[in-house]
Design a protein. Structure first.
Length: 365
């Protein structure tokens, strides 16, 4: 081995390859939520992003059905494989959002769904079998903004304010092909001003380290400038100048979905793919930890919730004092002890039942 001959070489430079091989073998999981009014092209965009058909059997409701429709959540999972790398993609759609006359309760079901996934993960994490936990937490939420308004609607503001502490929000201007370049720029500026003035926290793209190469720095800079992404989706292949492109045919020409001059589709896909790991890390380390600390604080000795008592809410950068942390730590232990005791009691009951059955079988012989 060359590693033995080379002085001062241990061999742990091979560790990234080990991690890579193990990750590829295990595969990746990602959950994306798409929220927005009907008719903004959410399903088309998701199918275009991942070159798949997530909704093969979808039935579009008519106007009468839409009147009665409430917000319901539909999760579609698809296994995508590319060059030997497997991705288990789950897309959670929210049909009925923003379609009613009174939308005051339209985000209740969405908030409930996000909390349910955190709760399920917390329960699985606290259980005995923690080896094969399926992560269904929402890692990213594409929020679709209508191109026909002059900025954000009150529903958009209210929804994002309710959700920004629970999930990574990425704002998207839908059907951008119905606007001119000047109109898109004006709308982008207006939306970003309103997001800032209302104190809405959208997903911040991670800053580059000084040792990163220049191309990557330039890419991240362009992505940051493109927010909110003005996109249009299409699954139809058209021929333009002898080349097959995915796009939309209009009387005046073709809108090429994957042409950066026409829309931000490529930028949105680049952002999602290159920062997929970071989206998962922010979900785990910020949003899920906030939920977990609040949940433990409310369910233990401390009364009145976590935020008032300053329990490690990461978005507020509050560490909490030592006594508070000790109480939370003890509450975690006591919760785990209780679960373990319940499991042990259940095992004992099962063993007793088995012993009784064996005794009966022996007696019958």
């Amino acid at each position: 081995f060359s590693s033995i001959e080379t002085p001062g070489y241990v061999g742990f430079a091979n560790l990234p390859n080990q991690v890579h091989r193990k990750s590829v073998k295990k595969g990746f999981e990602f959950t994306l939520m798409v929220v927005g009014e009907s008719g903004l092209g959410k399903s088309t965009l998701v199918n275009s992003l991942f070159l798949t058909d997530l909704y093969p059997e979808r039935i579009i409701p008519d106007a009468i059905e839409k009147q009665k429709q409430t917000v319901k959540l539909e999760a579609s999972t698809v296994e995508i494989e590319e060059r030997g790398v497997k991705l288990r993609l789950t897309v959670v759609d929210t049909p009925g959002f923003g379609d009613a006359i009174d939308n005051s309760n339209s985000f209740g079901a969405i908030l409930e769904y996000i909390d349910e996934q955190y709760e399920r993960f917390l329960q699985d994490e606290s259980g005995l079998n923690r080896r094969n936990i399926v992560d269904n937490r929402i890692h990213c939420c594409f929020y679709f903004i209508s191109p026909f308004g002059h900025g954000l609607k009150p529903l958009d503001v209210e929804f994002m304010k309710k959700l920004h502490s629970k999930v990574n929000i990425v704002p998207v201007i839908a059907k951008a092909d119905c606007l001119t370049k000047k109109e898109i720029l004006r709308l982008k500026c207006r939306i970003m001003q309103e997001i800032e003035s209302h104190g809405i926290k959208i997903y911040p793209l991670p800053d580059c380290d000084s040792d990163e190469d220049e191309d990557y720095k330039e890419q991240v800079k362009q992505l940051k400038e493109a927010v909110p992404f003005a996109v249009c989706g299409a699954n139809t292949l058209l021929e333009v100048k002898g080349k097959k492109v995915r796009g939309r045919l209009y009387p005046w020409g073709v809108v090429e979905v994957e042409n950066p001059e026409h829309c931000d589709f490529i930028k949105l896909r680049t952002m999602l793919i290159t920062h997929m790991q970071d989206l998962q890390e922010v979900t785990q380390e910020v949003h899920y930890e906030n939920y977990r600390s609040d949940r433990l604080a409310k369910g233990s000795i401390i009364k009145g919730g976590g935020k008032e008592n300053g329990i490690g809410n990461k978005s507020d950068h509050g560490r909490g004092d030592n006594s508070t942390q000790q109480v939370v730590a003890s509450s975690v232990l006591s919760e785990k002890d209780r679960i373990l005791q319940e499991k042990e009691a259940e095992l004992r009951r099962m063993q007793e039942m088995l012993a009784q059955m064996q005794a009966r079988m022996q007696a019958q012989k």
